[in-house]
Every structure is written in structure tokens, then in C-alpha cells.
Design a protein around this ligand. Structure first.
Ligand code: ATP
Ligand code: MG
Length: 695
């Protein structure tokens, strides 16, 4: 059990009787402490189902489950390993009725929320609606409801948003729906205001473990506190230097408050980094050094000095991409230690913002290098997948009006906007959901007769599907059911009708099939429920469908594919790769635009405002996260010119490059690398053509 843990880690793992905080820098084995501690808790007699480990993403949860399974075997399957949001779903499924929510509530995604807000606020401008969304979300994360938000609103604009928030909340409850913030806020309300609910959950939670604690927000912290109660049996691990979600309301106050709220908190520091070479770790330590320290930390590595960190300059983004790919090829073609750490999956290209991926994708394609993009558009954000999910949502929750409107028009079934408008007015008048309105006796007075027939037919069809879905269990039955349904509604044809480009339509259809396969797999218990509970038994399609909106990728649990990773820095948190290229390390990108001009960006000599200083510090932490993803080699690249709108403008290297304090003699990229890359490429082509020439 103690294999592969140092003394400090062991101390954290063995301390099971009270609250424990592991505070340590990147790569020091914090996540490892959590996985091992799950095993330890079981060893000392805690029932697996009374252990909950909370991770930052579903992907991290899947990985932790996998590792726990390797460590402790079968018992791992009863442990709850999930995100705060998924835990929220579980709490609300069991106890949401107390707040008037039925167990089959819908979860609205960001796009749904934008359109509901447009409606509530009477605007067609998505940007404005998103602005409101942002503000409302922040308020919700601060625990404010519409009334409280109005009471503390500093100006007219805020008062307007607070009023829209009131309407929005009414809408959600009419739809029996919640948004992502509610997945934290409502469980908190349940735990805080209903003692019997709280006591039940506290009895259920023998020990709660939280990874990436520095990125929890105030509401999540309150949920945690209520879950563990005064006994405070929990283990939080985190690193204040990696707090990168301040813009989403995460707050380091949670770290400061722990010792105050739990006076018997045991604080353990880890100092050895097991991930990176000394050269990389030094650059990381140097970069983070100017930030104020919440807790002093030191970090050392015994992995040797290693390759120097390289700085690469490029003319523009295309050139930068070419150089990054040349570097990958050069390392792959290298002569040292030929079999080790040189597969595609050993490489990552990391950048500040999603849109920066494009030139790298193109260059990788040209070079025939397989890759995946993470942290970008989610599979579940694709139109075709959202169409299908709307149908599922409607089966589960008939009151979900946004889902109703999407399902009834995807594909179009001869029910026009006029009819839907009339139906909407009728439903509002009688305070019914659109679905309920379908079957109201007086509907024919509001909608013309032919349309009523069409609406009734749709309603009956939904009821029929719902009934069939409820009784469809297991993978094969589920797949057959889904394919038949798609045929019935003519979805494939709908895709081809809606797209001039056949290739695009066919790609969409492939996504649909892939999605059905995945859904069916979940029904068959091949993959865990997103709420982190055991999956080994079959589930009905309806059960599976409810948590889809929490998931962003189909391949959460797939064993790492052998491909190069392209990722945003935010999505790279907690992960590691042997070779990392950090790209776009320019002023204005990383740190991201801090102000409108130099004066505000802190480049001039004048004093920086507090707000800008804080943003700069968060950007610096992001740089620190990026650097510390690398195990053996790190290159940092920047471009001399950058696209700004349609123009190319001169660009500067990021101040963080200077802050890494690299040795001037070693940072320039080794010119021999280019040569090696060429040689490798040449050898590959020769091998390819030799293979082709074979009969
Ligand atoms: P981050 O701050 O990036 O989340 P972390 O502190 O969670 O990092 P881990 O991911 O747990 O660190 O560990 C980093 C690497 O070091 C992993 O590859 C892990 O397997 C390895 N590692 C951790 N502890 C030990 C140890 N005691 N002995 C050997 N390897 C270790
Ligand atoms: Mg970690």
C-alpha cells in the first residue's frame, strides 16, 4: 500500500481521523495522495460507498476511477468519484423534491440559457444575453437570488439584470429545469436549510476527498462544509499557485478559510516534484516567484538537470506551427534512448485560447501526425447531437419547453412557427408547459384544426417513445431502439436536406451513429454514470440521458490514444506529458490582453491598478501551470508578428519568458534539431515508398 509514496505523502494518506489539507506545488503527487487514500480508507474499514472523491472534470474523474481500480480492485467501483456538479445532480435527484423539483429535471446548457435570457430580456442580441448570463452566474455563485441581487445592485444596469434574473428563475422552475450553477446552489440550499437532508448526507459521507481544491468557489466550499459537518472528515489537496479559475468565481479565500473553519486542520506540505527535470522546474519556480505567496513553498526534483528549456521565435503563426511540428519530429527521430517517450501521445502543444489551435491542426495534418484537440468545442455542442438530446430531454421531462421546441422542429414535421406561436400563447395563458398544452381540451379554440391534429400526433409519439425507452434495457436493445427511432423521424434525410455539402452531412450522420453507440454502451453498463456511481448493472435510456449535459467528450475513459494533444492551458490542468511545446507566448496572449493599451497593461512605468495586477497574477499562474505540465522537455515559442483583426501587427515576447530567467547560452533552439527533423522525415518517406513498392 505504501509503495510509491514518500513520507509526507504517507502521512497525508494515513491521517484519516480529521480534516486534512495537502498544500503543495505542481507535480508533487497530490492527486496520487487522493487515489492512495481511497485505498487506505477502505483498508481501515470505511465502506467504499461512503467515500466520495471530487475532481475538477469528468475526465479526471474517469482517470481516478481507473487508477483506484488498479490499486484496490473491485471495491473501487462503489466509491463515488465525480465532479461537484455531478454530485449535485445526485443530491438533487434524491432530495430535490423538497424544493419542488421532480427527479427527472432537465439540465440546461449554456446555449439554452442564452436563448431563455434573450426571451426574458426581450433582446435578439446574443452578446447582451451572454453578458447577463455571466453576471447572473456570478451572483448565483455568490449565493444571491434575484431579490438579493436587486437589493445590492450598484446601478441601473445591475437592477435591470436582477429583474431579468427573476424572470429567468421563474422560467427555469416552470420548465422543471436547472442550470449548471443550480447544480451547486440547490444542493447547498438543501443541505443548509433542511436539517434532515443534511443529516442523511452527512451520515452517508464517511470521508470526502477534493482534488484541485484551489479552484473551488465559495458555494462549492459551503457544500463541502455541510457534507462533512463538524467532524470534518475530508482531505483537500491543492496548490494556490495553480488557481486559474478566478474569472469563474473560484477564490483562494477557500484556502485561507480552511484553517479558521477547522481549527484542528492538519496541513501537510509536499516538496519533491516527481514530474519534471530540474531545468523545467527552475523555470517554473522563477516564473511564479513574483506572485505574492499565500503559503511559502519549495519544490525540488531529483530527476536531473535534463534538457535546457528552449525559447523559439517564429515569424508568424504558420511558421510557429511548422517549427513546433519540426520539433516533435526531431525528438521522435532522435538517437538517444530510441524506444522511450517518443510516441505521439508523449507530446502536447498548449496555448492560451481555443482559436489558436487552427494553424497547428493544419500543420499536423500536413505532416500526417494524428492529434486530438481537448478543451475545445464539446462533442455535445454539435447541432445534431443537441437535436437528439432535446428529444431525450423531452422524454424525461415533459415540462422542458426549450427541448420541446427543438424536438418538434428537428426534423421539421409540418408544424409551423405560427402554430407554435399560438401554442405558446395558449400555454402561457393557462400556465401550462407546451407539452401539457397539447392535450388541453380547449386547445382547438386557439390553434386551427389541422395543426391540432399534428400537435396531438407529436404528443402521442413522445409518450410512446418515453414508454418504450423506459423499458429498453441493455446495450443491444438500446441501440436497436435508437436506430429505429431515427428512422421513424427521418433524421438522416433531415441532415442531408439541411446541408449543401454532402461530406458535412455524412460527417454529421457519423457523429449521430457514434453517439447512439455511446448511449447504448452506457445503457449496457460499459461506462459509468457521470454521477460517479457504479455502472455494472444495466440502465434504461432515460436514466442515461439525464446526465448527458455534464459530459463533454465521448472518450472520457478510453485508454490514451496514441496521438499528439492540442489543448488550452486551462484544460491541461492536472495532466502531464514528456514533451510540451507552449505556443503563442506573446504579450497580449499570455498574459492575455490586460488593458486597452500599454499604459494599462503594466508595461509602462506607471502603477498598475489592483484589478489589472490581479489579472496579471492569474495569467502568471496559468503560465506556471503550462510549464509544469512538461516532464522531460519544454519549448516556449512566440511570434514576431501577430494577426489583429485582418492586419498583421508587430508582436512582443511575453514578459513571462524573461521571468523564467533562462540561461542565455542554452535557450536558443539547437540548430541540429532542424537537420535531424529533415533526416527523420526523409527516412520516413523512403520507408513509405519502399513499402508501397512491395508487390
Ligand atoms: P498537479 O499539481 O499538476 O496536479 P500533482 O501534485 O497532483 O500535480 P501527481 O499528478 O499526483 O502530482 O504526480 C505527478 C507525477 O509524479 C505522476 O506521474 C505521479 O505518478 C508521480 N509521483 C507522485 N508521487 C510519487 C512518488 N512518491 N514516487 C514516484 N512517483 C511519484
Ligand atoms: Mg493533480
Amino acid at each position: 500500500m505504501s509503495a510509491g509514496l514518500n513520507l509526507a505523502q504517507l502521512e497525508a494518506v494515513n491521517y484519516v481521523q480529521g480534516p486534512c489539507l495537502v498544500l503543495a506545488g505542481a507535480g508533487s503527487g497530490k492527486t496520487r495522495v487522493i487515489t492512495h487514500k481511497i485505498g487506505r480508507l477502505i483498508d481501515v474499514g470505511l465502506e467504499p460507498k461512503r467515500i466520495a472523491a471530487i475532481t475538477f472534470t469528468n475526465k479526471a474523474a474517469a482517470e481516478m476511477r481507473e487508477r483506484a481500480k488498479d490499486l484496490i480492485g473491485k471495491a473501487a467501483k462503489d466509491v463515488t468519484v465525480c465532479t461537484f456538479h455531478a454530485l449535485g445532480v445526485r443530491i438533487m435527484r434524491e432530495d430535490g423534491h423538497v424544493l419542488g423539483l421532480k427527479p427527472q429535471f432537465s439540465i440546461m446548457d449554456a446555449d439554452d440559457v442564452t436563448s431563455i435570457l434573450k426571451d426574458c430580456g426581450g433582446t435578439t442580441d446574443a452578446a447582451t444575453a451572454r453578458q447577463w448570463q455571466w453576471t447572473i452566474s456570478l451572483w448565483k455563485n455568490m449565493g444571491l437570488n434575484a431579490e438579493q441581487a436587486a437589493a445590492q445592485a450598484p446601478d441601473d444596469n445591475a437592477r435591470v439584470i436582477a429583474r431579468i434574473m427573476g424572470l429567468y428563475e421563474e422560467r427555469l422552475s416552470a420548465y422543471q429545469s436547472v442550470d449548471f450553477d443550480d447544480l451547486i446552489g440547490m444542493p447547498l440550499k438543501l443541505l443548509a436549510d433542511y436539517p434532515e437532508v443534511r443529516e442523511r448526507w452527512q451520515a452517508k459521507m464517511g470521508h470526502v476527498l477534493v482534488d484541485e481544491y484551489q479552484d473551488t468557489n465559495a458555494t462549492q466550499y459551503e457544500v463541502l462544509k455541510h457534507l462533512v459537518g463538524e467532524r470534518g472528515r475530508f482531505t483537500a489537496v491543492g496548490d494556490d499557485d495553480q488557481s486559474i479559475y478566478g474569472w469563474r468565481g473560484a477564490t483562494l479565500d477557500n484556502l485561507k478559510r480552511l484553517p479558521q473553519d477547522f481549527p484542528n486542520l492538519k496541513v501537510i506540505k509536499l516538496e519533491q516534484n516527481y514530474r519534471s527535470t530540474s531545468a523545467i522546474l527552475r523555470a517554473a519556480n522563477n516564473v511564479i516567484q513574483p506572485n505574492p505567496k499565500l503559503f511559502p513553498k519549495t519544490l525540488f526534483s531529483e530527476l536531473g538537470e535534463g534538457e535546457p528549456v528552449r525559447v523559439v521565435d517564429a515569424v508568424n503563426e504558420e511558421h510557429e506551427a511548422d517549427r513546433a511540428i519540426a520539433r516533435i519530429q526531431s525528438i521522435r527521430g532522435g538517437q538517444v534512448n530510441p524506444s522511450k517517450h517518443r510516441e505521439f501521445k508523449d507530446f502536447a502543444i498548449l496555448y492560451r485560447a481555443n482559436h489558436m489551435a487552427r494553424p497547428f491542426e493544419q500543420a499536423l495534418r500536413r505532416a500526417n501526425i494524428p492529434y486530438k484537440v481537448s478543451g475545445g468545442q464539446s462533442f455535445f455542442d454539435k447541432t445534431e447531437i443537441k437535436d437528439l438530446c432535446a428529444w431525450f430531454r423531452l422524454w424525461i421531462n415533459n415540462d422542458d419547453d426549450p427541448a420541446f421546441l427543438r424536438a418538434i422542429t428537428s426534423p421539421k414535421r409540418g408544424i409551423g412557427h405560427q402554430t407554435l406561436g399560438q401554442l405558446g400563447t395558449f400555454a402561457t395563458q393557462y400556465k401550462l408547459s407546451l407539452f401539457e398544452a397539447l392535450f388541453a381540451g380547449s386547445l382547438p379554440s386557439a390553434v386551427n384544426t389541422r395543426a391540432v391534429d399534428g400537435l396531438h400526433e407529436f404528443g402521442r409519439y413522445i409518450n410512446d417513445l418515453e414508454h418504450r425507452a423506459r423499458h429498453t434495457l441493455g446495450k443491444e436493445a438500446a441501440l436497436a431502439f435508437l436506430l429505429e427511432w431515427l428512422k421513424e423521424i427521418g433524421y438522416e434525410q433531415h441532415l442531408y436536406d439541411g446541408e449543401d455539402n454532402e461530406k458535412v452531412a455524412s460527417a454529421r450522420w457519423t457523429n449521430v451513429l457514434e453517439f447512439c453507440d455511446w448511449m447504448a454502451g452506457r445503457c449496457g453498463g460499459e461506462i459509468e454514470d457521470a454521477t460517479g456511481t457504479d455502472a455494472s448493472e444495466s440502465k434504461s435510456l432515460l436514466e442515461v440521458a439525464q446526465t448527458i449535459s455534464l459530459i463533454s467528450t465521448l472518450s472520457e475513459r478510453e485508454k490514451d490514444q496514441n496521438v499528439v494533444t492540442l489543448s488550452t492551458l486551462h484544460a491541461s490542468k492536472g495532466l502531464e506529458w514528456p514533451h510540451v511545446v507552449l505556443v503563442g507566448v506573446n504579450e497580449g496572449l499570455l498574459p492575455f490582453k490586460l488593458g486597452d493599451d500599454d499604459e494599462h497593461s503594466g508595461r509602462s512605468d506607471g502603477p498598475m491598478s489592483e484589478g489589472i495586477l490581479q489579472r496579471l497574477q492569474e495569467e502568471r499562474r496559468l503560465m506556471y501551470v503550462g510549464i509544469t505540465r512538461a516532464q522531460r522537455s519544454l519549448a516556449v515559442s512566440w511570434t514576431k508578428r501577430r494577426k489583429k483583426g485582418r492586419d498583421m501587427v508587430a508582436a512582443l515576447p511575453s514578459r513571462f519568458i524573461a521571468e523564467m530567467k533562462l540561461d542565455e547560452n542554452t535557450i536558443k533552439e539547437d540548430p541540429r534539431e532542424k537537420l535531424r527533423a529533415l533526416r527523420a522525415e526523409f527516412a520516413k518517406r523512403a520507408a513509405d515508398s519502399a513499402a508501397e513498392a512491395k508487390p
